[in-house]
Design a protein around this ligand. Structure first.
Ligand SMILES: NC(=O)C1=CN([C@@H]2O[C@H](COP(=O)(O)OP(=O)(O)OC[C@H]3O[C@@H](n4cnc5c(N)ncnc54)[C@H](O)[C@@H]3O)[C@@H](O)[C@H]2O)C=CC1
Ligand SMILES: O=C(O)CCC(=O)C(=O)O
Length: 429
């Protein structure tokens, strides 16, 4: 791939107004109805059990103090402590954080992890903050939420625009507040602080394993399969590399500024070397393609791995692929899914496809609790076992109830939440 042969354009992806919480609730209601649950199950699970909104004062490098808004939603702690990442992003909203926490609960249910779901977010743009400012913001967030988090209460992890360094600052702040060493407070940490081998690549590995399951079912070969990936951060970039190494043809990738496309296949190792720490590489190229144009290019497999709502009613009829694997959380709206179902495009849902991250976060927490650390091979083998079994459960459920895989995933996910809530005596049915 030469720089000239590649099409690029700077833009912000065409995202609709965020309806994540409403869509979470509507699909949850459908799944609860299929399972004939009494209405109290839906009424209880439609919102987080706990939601904290915090103001975080941060001294900026110019000497002024800015106040940041942050959130932590704990969806349901009946199955165990809650678990979920923290997102630093300018578009974070309370509704989106609540939906993301609900999705975490379902993800943990599908994969059989002993957790309920949670999610955190801070409205900020880390791309325009110095490392010192980010450290003060991360520490400030932990001080603000410290009463409701902890290794047996609620265990955070990375999500968009957060990484192992941010987890390390958060861990250090928590240890100071609690006055003891508690590596199990947070996952996605650096290895030197008790992180797990394989967590960095876990989400993309999990997406790859679900993709391989789909290929097996559809009798497709990965070799020479044309793939487009939106997002070139933690999830998108490792995934692109795995697919490239397996001989797939990654013909398009994108970041927040725009897309890079070459119908002959992109040189992924070159792009990986060229991207910055926020997963941005498209600004190194010239000719134009937007995120929206990239999503509508013909390919075999489309993998949104950035933000929510990018496949919506405006573009669902123009998508030209056979399979969509949702690596991001909530990339396909409900209206879009209906159109894609009609067009017989298979959509593998986020709460299954991207569950590799929380699965290995669980392994990290187990290792922290045991004080005994596993090899890369052990982590990988157990991840593959868990996600493959979860895929088959969801797939079989979709056949059993004649529903798409999204609804099947909700059906699988909701059952343990409902049962745990009933067994604790919270719900009577
Ligand atoms: N990191 C993890 O372990 C997990 C992440 N996810 C989900 O995967 C998605 C990506 O997360 P990460 O790769 O960790 O984030 P990241 O921060 O490492 O990378 C995000 C990528 O998306 C691009 N991006 C940001 N805003 C965009 C926009 N408006 N339009 C198009 N591209 C945009 C960025 O330029 C970057 O390339 C998110 O939806 C996240 O919730 C899900 C499960 C686990
Ligand atoms: O690793 C974790 O605990 C959570 C990852 C996450 O936030 C997600 O799966 O969306």
């Amino acid at each position: 791939m030469s720089i000239e042969s590649v099409e690029v354009k700077r833009n912000v992806a065409g995202k609709e107004k965020d309806n994540s919480l409403i869509e979470f609730q509507e699909t949850l209601r459908e799944a609860a109805n299929i399972l004939n649950y009494p209405v109290q199950v839906f009424e209880f699970l439609k919102k987080p059990m706990r939601f904290l909104e915090v103001s975080i004062p941060v001294r900026m490098d110019n000497g002024k103090t800015e106040i940041f808004q942050g959130y932590r939603a704990q969806h349901n702690d009946a199955p165990g402590p809650t678990k979920g990442g923290i997102r630093f992003h300018p578009d974070v909203t309370p509704e989106e954080v609540k939906a993301l926490a609900g999705w975490m609960s379902l993800k943990c249910g599908i994969t059989g992890l002993p957790y309920g779901g949670a999610k955190g977010g801070i409205i900020c743009d880390p791309r325009h903050m110095s490392l010192d400012e980010l450290e003060r913001l991360s520490r400030g967030y932990v001080r603000a939420v410290s009463q409701i988090v902890g290794p047996t209460k609620d265990i955070p992890a990375p999500d968009m625009y957060t990484n192992s360094q941010i987890m390390a600052w958060m861990l250090d702040e928590y240890d100071h507040i609690r006055e003891f060493d508690s590596p199990g407070f947070i996952t996605g940490k650096p290895i030197a602080l008790g992180g797990s081998l394989g967590r960095e690549t876990a989400t993309s590995k999990g997406v790859l394993y679900t993709l391989q399951m789909v290929c097996e079912l559809k009798k497709m070969q990965l070799k020479d399969t044309r793939v487009i990936i939106q997002g070139f951060g933690n999830v998108g970039s490792y995934l692109a590399k795995y697919l490239y190494d397996l001989g797939a043809k990654v013909i398009g990738i994108s970041d927040v500024l725009g897309g890079v496309y070459d119908e002959n296949g992109l040189d992924i190792p070159y792009l990986l070397e060229s991207r910055d720490s926020f997963g941005i590489v498209s600004n190194r190229f010239n000719s134009p393609i937007t995120n929206q144009e990239l999503l509508e290019k013909e390919c075999d497999i489309l993998i949104p791995a950035a933000i929510s709502g990018v496949i919506n009613k405006n573009n669902a009829s123009h998508i030209k692929c056979e399979i969509i694997i949702e690596a991001a959380n909530g990339p396909t709206t409900k209206e879009a899914l209906k159109i894609l179902d009609q067009r017989e495009i298979l959509v593998v849902p986020d709460i299954l496809a991207n569950s590799g991250g929380v699965i290995v976060s669980y392994f990290e927490w187990c290792q922290n609790n045991q004080g005994y650390y596993w090899t890369d091979e052990t982590v990988d083998l157990r991840l593959k076992e868990k996600i493959t079994a979860s895929f088959l459960n969801v797939y079989n459920t979709s056949k059993r109830y004649s529903v798409n895989m999204k609804i099947a995933a909700y059906i699988e996910g909701i059952q343990r939440l409902a049962e745990a809530s009933r067994l604790r005596g919270w719900l009577k049915y």
